[in-house]
Design a binder for this molecule. Structure first.
Ligand code: IMP
Length: 467
């Protein structure tokens, strides 16, 4: 029995906690897309781990795979391995395997991200990326300028240097295209306003207007030796594990459906395939994934720019942000907040073939008098129940809300589904009806044990959302 855990909204749905709970029932946990732009919080006992690249199977002693679809910053990987070691978890080549086909993120990629954002800001509006070099890594991969892990560990120093200098050339070209001087570019990186966002990049700009290749090469060489023992043909490894050893695989999604490069709210998306299709291209295997769990936050959040029909720019939105502690795990940015949107959920169910929902952060709504749920949009005078591709339409979409009564009770200590307040159950039933998908997990609170699992067979709700 294999399982995929996929975000149904704009990321930050609480996938880490769901994966954390499911890890025990699987043998291998696999990341297949994205990179250190993700931030998965796992709480085991008194210990809290924020994992960006390493799969959530690590605190459970499971085998962890970083698939070929992931883009890896060796610096961040090093930090994460050290962080885990500091907490008593030492990953070995037996417990962590990194695909030889995954791509490497270098300091040049980080610079590329900043330049691209500055350029977009000037012309069409920035994306609001995490500045982790993710977009450039996939862009350069598609442009065949990338450096794969196999090239990284198997090339000579001279070959790697030439590849890195070729990347530096591309950065230079982008800066020149910006029509600003290199000094102005470095000043922008070091500016007070961008201090937090660009902190990881500044060490590479402290001595010269652009990065010092020798210095960077030295740092990368150190990381290269650290990565080498973990490198494997992970597709082949997974195939053997599935076919010959009958191992159970847990695919850990990063970001969310609406951040998917193809299916998300383009151009305000990440650059990878965060939806179910990404599992196949991002791992190099095919298997029947029986459990396709869509993680749904009980309300909606979004980081970065782009349309957000149910966004609340008022006291309620602020309350959701504070109560739900809605600040980015990777960037610390406050998240935008709004009511639950079932137009989005139906779309995600379709794109990913979701057959179970894990509803998270239900407790954040505990104190609300009434709760609104968007079931359709009004766009140019028409009622729309399908998620539109056009961003302008989405910007103009007026949510069509159903108002449900709140439950005004603390749900964080409830251990079984039956004991949930009636109005909370009604809220869950409403989500099931709108999405025609059963809610199997309900999470109310950050701790691991604050997760209700409905063991009884849940009938597929029959209602048509258009009715
Ligand atoms: P990038 O992935 O850094 O290129 O950022 C592209 C967009 O995706 C930005 O709006 C980011 O805020 C958003 N994003 C990327 N990763 C995450 C995530 O893990 N959670 C929420 N938003 C994310």
């Amino acid at each position: 029995m294999h399982t995929a855990v996929i975000g149904t909204q704009w990321g930050d749905e609480g996938k880490g906690k769901v994966v954390d709970n499911l890890a025990e029932k699987h043998d291998i946990v696999v990341r297949y897309a994205g990179g250190a732009n993700a931030g998965h919080t796992v709480i085991v006992g008194p210990q809290k781990y924020v994992l960006h690249l390493i799969p959530c199977g690590a605190p459970h002693g499971k085998i962890n795979i970083i698939g070929n679809g992931v883009v890896i910053n060796p610096d961040r990987l090093h930090e994460e391995l050290e962080m885990l070691q500091g907490k008593g978890i030492t990953l070995t080549p037996e417990t962590l395997k990194i695909s030889d086909r995954a791509h490497v993120i270098t300091p040049w990629h980080l610079l590329f991200d900043v330049i691209t954002e500055m350029h977009k800001a000037k012309r069409q509006g920035a994306i609001g990326t995490t500045l982790q070099g993710i977009g450039p890594a996939y862009e350069l991969k598609a442009g065949r300028h990338g450096i794969r892990i196999t090239d990284f560990v198997n090339s000579t120093d001279e070959e790697i240097k030439n590849k890195l200098l070729a990347l530096a050339d591309l950065v230079d070209i982008r800066i020149a295209q910006m029509g600003i001087s290199p000094t102005a570019f470095v000043d922008a990186i070091n500016a007070k306003e961008t201090e937090k966002m660009t902190a990881g990049i500044r060490p590479y700009t402290d001595t010269a207007w652009y990065i010092n290749p020798e210095k960077t090469l030295k740092a990368l060489k150190k990381h290269r030796e650290q990565i080498r023992p973990f490198v494997a043909d992970t597709g082949q490894y997974l195939e053997n594990a599935i076919l010959e050893q009958n191992k159970k695989i847990l695919f850990e999604g990063a970001q969310g459906t609406l951040l998917d490069l193809d299916h998300g709210t383009y151009p305000h998306v990440t650059s990878s395939s965060s939806t179910i299709g990404g599992i196949y291209t991002g791992t190099g295997i095919h298997c029947n994934i029986e459990n396709r769990i869509g993680v749904v936050k009980a309300y909606t959040t979004r980081v970065g720019k782009g349309a957000f029909p149910t966004e609340l720019n008022d006291e309620t939105g602020e309350r959701l942000r504070t109560t739900g502690d809605e600040y980015g795990a990777t960037t610390g940015r406050p998240r935008r907040t709004g009511w639950l949107d079932t137009v989005i959920l139906r779309y995600s169910v379709r794109v990913n073939g979701i057959n179970q929902i894990a509803l998270t952060k239900l407790d954040v709504l505990d104190k609300e008098e009434t709760i609104k749920v968007c079931i359709a949009y009004e766009i140019n005078g028409r009622k729309i129940t399908n998620f539109p591709a056009n961003e302008q339409e989405l910007e103009n979409a007026k949510p069509f809300y159903i108002t449900l009564p709140g439950w005004k009770k603390d749900t964080s200590k409830i251990e079984t589904y039956d004991k949930l307040p009636e109005n909370a159950k009604a809220y869950i039933r409403f989500i099931e009806e709108q999405t025609r998908t059963p809610v199997k997990y309900v999470s109310a609170g950050a701790r691991r044990d604050q997760l209700i699992i409905r063991e009884t067979k849940i009938e597929q709700p029959p209602l048509d959302p258009d009715e």
